[in-house]
Design a protein around this ligand. Structure first.
Ligand code: GDP
Ligand code: ZN
Length: 284
């Protein structure tokens, strides 16, 4: 048996990269089938070889998962890089929806603020303050000029990362600039099809170097916030968490209730603008 990782799965056929850099084409076989565990892209697996020359094998075992994203279904993602762009404007409610989605799915998130070549520092200063307090390590970058991309590359090293964020913020451009061999299509859907470049239909892992992977996926879908009960939404704001449970009312929504620990922290450890966004989610 040899160890590897599923990087692609289509119709019951799995592509597994092994530690020595070979790619095996595998079918599912092992005990996990009886246990009704579906192999996922990203799974660490053990395979048995059918034909060494043909590079074929059977999936025999799926090793325990660290994380399991639901949409897209992919295992062992270490982090999400949520990308927004300063131009035309940052859609803050949508940005928070993406971040809340990461919290819900239990995966670490970092924020990248892209296209900073199109504005001055002052116009994203507040954004940096908001999301630094929230714990998302906002990193200003430009895929155009390359500014900040060394720092981003360092964050990706040795990890499995998925890029998330609305269409047009520059996700593919960033990846192409860091890893030119990827040659991902950029510049909006119609152009992407027209140019006939690589476009994504199935979720797969792209092996960048040993231990470093990027998830190539048609979409990290953002949940709709109204699926979350109002008394639970605050749990998905990392900077709110240390205060939760200390409000006067156990079921405090942190809007109009008296003696609220969250409201008391606004302007201190909670940025007023983040709190306003939270409030809008609750009251509209
Ligand atoms: P995606 O949909 O998030 O993958 O976005 P794309 O990578 O397709 O980029 C959308 C558009 O933004 C393209 O026309 C890019 O050339 C442009 N773009 C991406 N990053 C930057 C940047 O840092 N600065 C500028 N000025 N334009 C950028
Ligand atoms: Zn409260």
């Amino acid at each position: 048996m040899i160890r590897g990782r599923i990087i692609k799965g289509v119709g019951g056929n799995y592509t597994v990269t092994t530690d020595d850099g070979r790619e095996f084409f595998c079918q599912a076989r092992g005990l996990f089938r009886k246990q009704e565990i579906t192999p996922l892209v990203g799974d660490m697996v053990e395979i048995s070889i059918i034909d060494e020359a043909q590079l074929t094998g059977y999936l025999q075992e799926i090793l325990p998962r660290n994380t399991e994203l639901v949409r897209p279904r992919v295992a062992n993602v270490d982090q999400v890089i949520v990308v927004c762009s300063v131009r035309p404007v940052v859609n803050l409610p949508m940005l928070d929806a993406f971040l809340i989605n990461c919290e819900l799915q239990g995966v670490a998130a970092n924020l990248c603020i892209n296209k900073i070549d199109l504005c001055d520092k002052e116009s994203y200063r507040e954004l940096i303050e908001m999301y630094t307090l929230a714990g998302y390590n906002p990193l200003p970058i430009s895929a155009e000029t390359g500014q900040g991309l060394d720092a981003l590359t360092a964050i990706l090293k040795g990890k499995t990362t998925i890029f998330a964020g609305p269409s047009g913020v520059g996700k593919s451009t960033i990846l192409n600039r860091i890893y030119p061999h990827l040659n991902l299509a950029t510049g909006g859907l119609s152009e992407k099809i027209g140019r006939g470049k690589h476009t994504t239909r199935h979720t797969s892992l792209i092996a960048i170097e040993k231990g470093t992977y990027v998830v190539d996926s048609p979409g990290f879908t953002s949940i709709t916030i109204d699926q979350i009960p109002k008394t639970e939404l605050a749990h998905h704001y990392p900077e709110f968490r240390e205060h939760l449970g200390t409000c006067h009312f156990a079921k405090c929504t942190h809007i109009t209730e008296p003696d609220c620990a969250i409201k008391a922290a606004v302007g201190k450890t909670i940025h007023p603008a983040r709190y306003e966004l939270y409030k809008n989610f609750i009251t509209t």
